[in-house]
Design a protein around this ligand. Sequence first.
Ligand code: GLA
Length: 388
Amino acid sequence: MNKINVIEKTVAAHVENFGNQPESIAWAPGRIEVLGNHTDYNDGTVLSAAIHLGICFCISRSDRPGIHLLAVDVGQTAAFDTSDIQKVPGFDWANYIKGVFHFIQEHLDEKIDGLDCTLLGSIPMGAGLSSSAALEVAAAYAVLKILNATIDKKEIARLCRRAEHQFAGTNCGLLDQFSSIFGRDHGLIHSDFRTLEVSSIKLPDDIEFLVVNPHIKHSLADSPYNERRERCEQAASQLAELLPHPVTALRDVSPAEFEANRSRMTAGAAKRAAHVIGEIDRVERGVELIRTENLAAFGQLLFESHQSSIENFENSCPELDVVVEAARTAGALGARLSGGGFGGSAIVMVRADQAQAISEKIISFCAEKGLAPEILAVTPSSGARVMP
Ligand code: GLA
């Protein structure tokens, strides 16, 4: 289903269920993380892209108190009141919306009540494409329109992340929300999570990404994500003791400084730091390589990133390793796990005219190893917006 179809279906379901035309319609995309793994919460930099798949969220005002929701794809309805932050029992998806509305209400100091909302998305669940961030951002944009209020985009990302922390229990960074908000057609988003500066970098028109999903159960809440984050903080504290300048996060340590001091760190912390410091360095080199249109060398950085996930951050898994190996053998420009890891999907960077042939080779390579992954071609797309 393309974006227009998703929006039309959401609006039709809203009218049928609530008997009113929506007064506010928003769209927010999912994302792929292209390079810069687990760097966001280390004050680092990331290259990511919003994709053409996303979530539509529409709202109309109602005389009934409370917030009433219809999730079209799961065929469920739910209701809540924004005054508390207790979980809506049994409805994980509704909690993200509750969290967003609650924190926006608190931020604006204005009661959010009496709304009928409908949502529908095209992002496959569990593929690691940040469907929850897309839902949060779509809900935020739609409710701000109905309230006739504005909040700075970076602040919206922070409020959405609070909803994620509150309800998913994952101590994540801002990457997913930033990517959904700041996407650009055929471009990458270069985010700096220390300064919160965001810029976009144009990609050559013939570059495409394949999302290869080997269907491993993916839930960041059950994954060692929070543990990895703590380890990174420990690594930064150890390096702060060893280096002559202030270190508040791994961002403050150059690859050379790290190499000169790694033997004095605990082995576990050193491995995690090696990944993050290496990733931040790869992002900065990657930016230059894209600017100079050296896509082959850029792709190599993706392979290096994956290798570092295997060896240093230990957030890959055998299925993703097979996919990345398949992509390399098939002649892709680059491939790596994308997002938190411990499951989810790998991304494969290809020239558009080779996408079909490379997909077929990946499928047959994987089949020999007993895997039947699903492959989805995604296009870097523009970020969240409210429909006029
Ligand atoms: C998940 C988190 C992000 C980021 C990535 C890893 O997607 O939600 O904040 O940490 O993992 O880079």
